[in-house]
Design a protein around this ligand. Structure first.
Ligand SMILES: [Zn+2]
Ligand SMILES: [Zn+2]
Length: 200
């Protein structure tokens, strides 16, 4: 699926040696497992699952926007945060075709998801927790897969071309817009959507 994977990324050194397939191999079964467990443990109906999945996916896309806009692009403020951003997301901007740099390092993803799991535990009713968290993780994996595909695959659909164009424009304008990858929704709502001609 990703022709450059073999050549460039049999290994990836960032907080350990990791293959780019690792986030999917680890998080996908876990997400499906906790969704299945939550549905069966609390005997949730299809409608209840849908009503949990929708806000979970929206919450992920909002978090994706917030992290990308304010954590990974704080390049003007200096200090530790800027160094951290440059050492992770900055690498992706320096080498957009580098497969591993396009992924959130698994250790970082685990820390973020565990912290958020704790927050969801405090604010969500117990019956909703597992299914909500499972769909939230699926939202994260969708982002990872889409971001890799944007940089390494030719889109075949109109939607694919649109999302690719949206993100490649972010690589052009960097700090100035198009922070959403999975969706342009939050760029549209926050006024950071930048347009340019179709690049495909
Ligand atoms: Zn990118
Ligand atoms: Zn960026």
């Amino acid at each position: 699926m990703f022709p450059s994977m073999k050549a460039e990324f049999s290994r990836w050194c960032w907080l350990g040696w990791v293959h780019p397939a690792m986030p999917f191999l680890f998080w996908f079964p876990l997400a499906l497992g906790i969704i299945g467990w939550g549905i069966s443990r609390w005997e949730l109906s299809l409608e209840q699952v849908f009503l949990l999945a929708l806000p979970a996916l929206l919450s992920w896309s909002l978090l994706e926007y917030i992290l990308h806009r304010w954590l990974f692009h704080p390049f003007q403020i200096g200090g530790t945060l800027e160094r951290l951003a440059r050492s992770t997301h900055g690498k992706h901007h320096d080498q957009p075709d580098h497969l591993a740099s396009a992924l959130v390092p698994p250790v970082n993803a685990a820390i973020i998801l565990i912290v958020l799991g704790g927050i969801f535990f405090l604010v969500l009713p117990i019956y909703a927790l597992a299914v909500f968290m499972g769909f939230f993780i699926l939202g994260y994996l969708f982002y990872e897969g889409l971001h890799l595909a944007i940089h390494h695959c030719k889109p075949r659909t109109r939607l694919g071309r649109f999302l690719r164009n949206h993100h490649l424009n972010h690589h052009k304008v960097e700090n100035n817009g198009n922070f959403g990858v999975s969706s342009p929704l939050w760029d549209w709502l926050m006024g950071t959507w930048t347009h340019s001609k179709d690049r495909n």
